[in-house]
Design a protein around this ligand. Structure first.
Ligand SMILES: Cc1ncc(COP(=O)(O)O)c(C=O)c1O
Length: 251
């Protein structure tokens, strides 16, 4: 008999994967369904990306790399943050992982102790509470329905913070709602976080380039420079460049 760990007992099978499996099953039966589960872009990985990867493989770049990413990749990520987000990082501050999900997982497992609380605005991407539970933390959700455009208010955030709060997870634009925070809204949330010295922000910017709002994309470390040292900015190649299977995320 296999004895599974307590950590595994705290997580649920992925609802996204269960839904994707059901869609595949129904399609195989010839039923015309539209899958709205996994966030798979509707275009293919660009040819210049494919060509560069094929060239790298042919050139023999197939060995172990530094665990947290090659210097060339980290420098490209530093350039991306400077170009798109007015954020200055050094390669030492960058960690490349097997997808943004892995970046979030690593950060939460590395920082949560039993009883630490993580604030998650709802509706949320299904993985957040499971990763928090796996890491031994406690998810604390804040409900934000259609009447408030699926965005939490500074008052709601203040009310949810306790001495045990370690992280706020922000996801703008959001999966599943698409809701995006403006610079002023992020600044107002940042003002609430600032006095809580032990609290950090994990911003999941995975959908930065899938943008429908009539104001520009901003991220919290950019608009609240006082929180730079307490912000983990997570992004990746999956959604922006249709590279979901390549598993490249970074923080
Ligand atoms: C909100 C959000 N964050 C992160 C991810 C993970 O992306 P990656 O493919 O980089 O692991 C997803 C994937 O669906 C997502 O929806």
């Amino acid at each position: 008999m296999t004895k599974l760990s307590a950590a595994i007992g705290r997580i649920q099978p992925s609802a996204t994967m269960a839904m994707s499996g059901r869609v595949t099953e129904l399609k195989a039966k010839g039923i015309d369904v539209i899958g709205l589960s996994a966030g798979e872009p509707d275009f293919d990985t660009p040819d210049f990306v494919k060509d560069a990867a094929i060239k790298a493989i042919r050139d023999g770049e197939t060995n172990y790399t530094p665990v947290d990413g090659t210097m060339a990749l980290k420098e490209a990520i530093v350039a991306k943050f400077a170009r798109d987000n007015d954020l200055t990082y050094t390669p030492k501050q960058v960690s490349v992982n097997s997808g943004g999900k892995q970046s979030l997982f690593n950060a939460l497992v590395a920082t949560l102790d039993p009883g630490d609380e993580v604030i998650i605005p709802a509706p949320y991407w299904v993985s957040y509470p499971d990763i928090v539970n796996f890491a031994g933390g406690t998810p604390v959700t804040i409900g934000a329905g259609a009447e408030q455009n699926y965005k939490i208010t500074p008052e709601q955030l203040e009310a949810a913070i306790t001495p045990k709060t370690k992280w706020l997870i922000l996801n703008s634009p959001s999966n599943p709602t698409g809701a995006a925070y403006s610079a002023d809204e992020l600044k107002a949330l940042g003002a609430v976080i600032l006095p809580h010295q032990n609290m950090m922000v994990m911003t999941d910017d995975m959908y930065e380039h899938i943008w429908y709002a009539d104001f520009p994309f901003t991220t919290i470390a950019q608009v609240c420079p006082e929180l730079y040292d307490r912000t983990l900015t997570v992004n990746g190649c999956s959604k922006a460049y249709a590279m979901t299977g390549w598993r490249i995320g970074y923080a």
